[in-house]
Design a protein around this ligand. Structure first.
Ligand code: NAI
Ligand SMILES: O=C(O)C1=N[C@H](C(=O)O)C[C@H](O)C1
Length: 265
C-alpha cells in the first residue's frame, strides 16, 4: 500500500514512518509537515530519523501528494486532523486517524466521512488496550451499578488533551454496557463531591515526565475492588498498531472501522 504519514517529526509520526518503512506490504510516498518547518523538502527517512533516505519528500501541502497514496495515517493535532479528513473525503482516500481530543460534533464528521471512504478511527491502536476494552465490557455487564467505576490515566507532560481519548473510549464502552450514554454519567474529577453518586464513571488525569501511557479502571465494591490496568513502556505498540490498521483497509470499501475489526475481537 502507498502510505502518506502526517507529522513525520512528531512522536508518533516518526515511529509510524519507521515501522512502515520496515514493512514489505507498505511503500511510503510522502510525509506531510506544517508549513514553515525547516525540514520541508528533505527526505522523509532523514526527517523521521530512520538513518537512511527513503527517496520520497516531506511536503507541506497534503493536496499536492494525496492522489499518489492509498492510505493516509494521521497522528497529529485535532485541528489538522479535521483538515486531513476533509481532503481524504475530497480525494476518496482511506484514512487511519489516531489523533485524539475531538468534540462529539467533530467526531461525528469521521462517522459521516465513512459513508464515502474507508475510515478507521482508533483512540488507541495498542492490541492489549483493545483486548482490555473487551474485559471492561464483560466486567461492567456483570456488575452493572454494583461497582463504583473510576478511570485513572497517566501520560507525558506534553499531551495536549485530557482526559485521554482511550479513557473516553473505555468510558463509552462501559456506559453502553450499562445501557447508558457516557455524557450522562461522566464525572471529571471529584473535588468537592461527596458522597459519590451511584452509577457514574469518574475520570482522573495525571500528566508527568515522559510516561508513555497508562490506563487503570477501578471497579470498587464493598470490601473488595478490581483493577484492570494497561501500561506501555514506549510508543512502539501504537505505531505497529497504526500500520496494521492501515494494512487492514487495503481491500475495504467505505465504512467506519475500528481496531476491534482489525483484531477480529
Ligand atoms: N491512537 C493512538 O494509539 C495514539 C494516539 N496518539 C495521539 O496522536 C496525536 C499526536 O500525538 P504525538 O505524536 O504525541 O504528538 P506530537 O506533538 O509529537 O506530534 C504531532 C505532529 O503533528 C504535526 N502537525 C501539526 N500540525 C500539522 C499540520 N498542519 N500539518 C502537518 N502536520 C502537522 C506536528 O508537526 C507534529 O509532528 C495526539 O492526538 C495523541 O493523543 C498518540 C499516541 C497513540
Ligand atoms: O498522547 C498519547 O501519548 C496517547 N494518546 C492516546 C489517548 O489519548 O488515549 C493513546 C495513548 O494513550 C497514548
Amino acid at each position: 500500500m502507498k502510505v502518506i504519514v502526517i507529522g513525520p517529526r512528531g512522536k508518533m509520526g516518526k515511529l509510524i514512518t519507521q515501522v512502515a518503512a520496515e514493512r514489505d506490504d507498505m511503500e511510503l510516498v510522502a510525509g506531510v509537515a506544517p508549513a514553515g518547518r525547516d525540514y520541508v523538502g528533505q527526505d522523509l527517512g532523514m526527517v523521521a530519523l530512520i538513518g537512511r533516505n527513503l527517496g520520497v519528500p516531506v511536503v507541506d501541502d497534503l493536496a499536492a501528494v494525496i492522489d499518489g497514496c492509498d492510505v493516509i495515517i494521521d497522528f497529529s493535532t485535532r485541528e489538522n486532523a479535521l483538515k486531513v479528513l476533509d481532503l481524504a473525503v475530497k480525494h476518496g482516500k482511506a484514512l487511519v486517524c489516531g489523533t485524539t481530543g475531538f468534540s462529539e460534533e467533530e467526531f461525528a464528521r469521521f462517522k459521516e466521512a465513512a459513508k464515502t471512504i474507508p475510515m478507521l478511527y482508533a483512540a488507541n491502536t495498542s492490541k492489549l488496550v483493545n483486548i482490555m476494552n473487551k474485559l471492561l465490557e464483560m466486567v461492567t455487564k456483570t456488575l452493572g451499578e454494583d461497582a463504583d467505576i473510576e478511570i485513572l490515566e497517566m501520560h507525558d507532560q506534553w499531551k495536549k488533551d485530557a482526559p485521554s481519548g482511550t479513557s473516553k473510549e473505555m468510558g463509552e464502552i462501559m456506559a453502553h454496557a450499562m445501557g447508558k450514554e457516557l455524557s450522562d454519567i461522566a464525572v471529571y474529577g471529584r473535588e468537592g463531591e461527596s458522597p459519590r453518586e451511584k452509577g457514574t464513571i469518574g475520570y482522573h488525569s495525571l500528566r508527568a515526565g515522559n510516561i508513555p501511557s497508562s490506563h487503570t479502571v477501578f471497579f470498587g465494591c464493598m470490601g473488595e475492588r478490581l483493577e484492570i490496568t494497561h501500561h506501555t513502556y514506549n510508543w512502539e505498540c501504537f505505531a505497529r498498531g497504526a500500520c496494521d490498521c492501515a494494512a487492514y483497509l487495503e481491500d475495504k470499501g467505505p465504512g467506519f472501522y475500528s481496531v476491534q475489526d482489525v483484531l477480529n475481537l
